[in-house]
Ligand binder design. Sequence first.
Ligand code: BGP
Length: 495
Amino acid sequence: MKTVRKFPEHFLWGGATAANQFEGAYQEGGKGLSCSDVLKAGGSSSLRSLTYCMPDGTVGETGIFAMEQFPEEAVPHVIEGCYYPNHTGSDFYHHYKEDIALFAEMGFQCYRMSIAWSRIYPNGDDQEPNEAGLAFYDSVFTELEKYNIQPIVTLSHYESPLNLTKKWDSWTDRRNIHCFIKYCRTVMERYRGRVKYWLTFNEINSIVYGGWLEAGVISCKKSELEQAAYHQFLASAMAVKLAKEIDPENMIGCMIAYTPAYPYSCKPYDTFGCLEYMNESFFFFSDVMVRGYYPSRKRKKLKRKGIVLQREKGDDEILKQGIVDYIGISYYMSSVYSSSNDGMEAAQGNMMAGYKNPYLQTSQWGWQIDPMGLRVALNQLYDRYQKPIFVVENGLGSSDQIEADGTIQDDYRIAYLKAHIEQMYEAINSDGVDVMGYTPWGCIDLVSASTGQMSKRYGFVYVDRNDNGTGDFQRKKKKSFQWYRQVILSNGEIL
Ligand code: BGP
């Protein structure tokens, strides 16, 4: 069906992936281990676990959101004979030319990817960068340039170097900032003029739900997680400043997992509780990186809890000087907040799911599908900050069937994306929100972050790889491939 709809002239259409879930080749080209390399696969109803080794050589595992069970003496460890899906990902490392050609065929104007820090500094704190790692991304950028595709580079997407966890529990320690900034300097100088759009920490606010995935932090003490977040804010601000010094043309943003919550009822407790939940889970993070200081409500809250952040002279200035140019968000679903859990049914989701919304359908993985929630999200953030917003993740995780004739008829994915693009358009066109672009998640199938499954697919392109590690990584276009090509070609007019 044709509708008359035109997105802004310079709107960036593309797709998104992350090195830890897509690249594979976890030990090739001198790469070191990252916090994602010790994660086993979970299943549809079980999240992933982290494997470790005890001083006596015995091994074990703990759920990534149950870090309180991680034994004190244990060290994260790759157990021989165990299957770790991120080790191979979708093998982009060996398929990047083919994959980028597929992006070009869809008409991508941009491609959101991440650089694996441990490919550049295998131990996180090495003296010299790893030339083979730098050369790999040179080749990726050369390939993108061939087709005029702008890279959007996330500096840290769930892949903090494992060695830094072993040394000082990663971001809980201030020394991590200096290692990160050294890495930022290396890649920003090396790729000056080739990469203009940067993002600092992927879904920085997911640290609220546990420090492993986002920050490689073992500790689950609230005070240490607050400290780790503080160090990441400083690092983000320093990266922003550095990016501008290295190239004033650079545009650098933050990235928040944004799942707007609706109060379950009109009870004032539900409304205020919902506001507090939004403040703590989302706005605290965006406030610090967009406004450059801790909001007063957060300072009060830390005080009430007796948490004293370790700060140094000059930190306030660092935060102030490092405010971002734009806000990146991932949006998959909305949630429901209720002040009482009486008779409420919990919803599923990777982290911020809340309660079931009776007005919404859910995905196969139980995530609540809410296209209008994206319009809500864009309005809330734009009203609050008046900064451009980049929708750098959105999509439907679903299992796909290969038909007898070899096709993949993913109409459900088309319906999901179409409905979200329509709402994004309303936010731009009717509400005046400044949206820079749209990069649907997992544009080529990749490993799920929360479950480690391959069968939870998001792509326009199918990858022959199964949950048990079989498959030859062959790529195959789905029905949505031609559909998205048309969307981009018509600049959103034909959905
Ligand atoms: C976001 C992450 C991505 C991605 C996506 C989908 O939270 O930034 O890395 O994986 O969610 O989630 P999942 O893979 O768990 O389905």
